[in-house]
Write a protein that binds this ligand. Sequence first.
Ligand SMILES: C[S@@+](CC[C@H](N)C(=O)[O-])C[C@H]1O[C@@H](n2cnc3c(N)ncnc32)[C@H](O)[C@@H]1O
Length: 346
Amino acid sequence: MNWAHADENARPDAQPEKSWPRHPKPAAPLRSGAVEGLKILNRNVREEILRRNSAKDAKKNAKFQEQVAMSSAQKSGSQWGHSYRLIASEKWKAKSAAMGRDATDALVDYARPQAGMQVLDLASGTGEPAITLASRIGPEGQVIALDLSPELLQIAEERAREHHLMNLTTRQADANNLPFPDQGFDLITSRFGVMFLDEDALREACRVLRPGSRACFLAWGPFEQPFWSSTMGVVHKRVGGTLVPTDQDPFKYSQPGSLSSALRRAGFERVEEETRTVSWTWPGTAEEVWEQARAVATPFLPMFERVPPEKWDEINSEICRAISNYIVGDDIKFGAVVVLASGRKP
Ligand SMILES: C[S@@+](CC[C@H](N)C(=O)[O-])C[C@H]1O[C@@H](n2cnc3c(N)ncnc32)[C@H](O)[C@@H]1O
């Protein structure tokens, strides 16, 4: 589930955020009653969670609930949802970075970055793989992390500073209409972003690449896999209906060959694609990973709206039980089935 230059934020021509951050406010799962409901867990799960939650975590959780309540009171509508997502991203940034580490490394290795490259990372959010790429291409290279959300880019920028990276800049823009001239980049990447972009974005990626350069993408494999089945799958079983809106479908390219076809239609050649399982390990409790997932998984918010509020406690308990099947030692090891695909600009 990722922030912009202070000066980019201040740009007078900054684009308003589009559909990703602008969501209906998170519904019942984020209400205090439902958050409370997470405490009413199957005894075994609860004991496991209690055993593993340190006093420090409990203190952080209390602070987090306080921040959520404050942002709920101060903001309204879509902004409330947005604030919640940002707070959750900040709260869980270390653990979610750990969970996504293997997916990032898989994409970065697949992209084969070289020293001195000009790289564009689309839908970069809080900055991966842009940050990892910037550390690989050396001071002569340059990475632009592009996203619709200035707030997410601001987090990316802070993370880049923490890594002492001087060769990463951020740009708030729509990937479907890139604000760059033709043929300026040696590599384009996107981790868990291409599914939310139109095919225009693939044509735009092709336009701004130098001839012979590659665009490399990592997308989610099928919904039917441990992480999704034990979280959103449980909610979906209860409420049925549409899982995610068609224009925000994380599983848009889960069908093998579908991303390749889109890349060819956009003008790429020497297209390659593979489905792979990478580790997807949460270094903490079931309760934590579900709190993080439901807060940042924006495309599922319309489904959450369909859950009767009184059902949330039961659903939260069932989810924590389902997640507990993947506990190994102090971690939760889901594994993630992902699609890696690339195309070369002719
Ligand atoms: C699941 S997040 C992935 C973020 C990051 N790459 C990661 O792996 O953590 C999807 C991102 O796509 C961005 N996004 C959605 N539509 C976009 C568009 N048209 N142009 C640029 N970014 C977009 C969202 O703001 C969000 O940060």
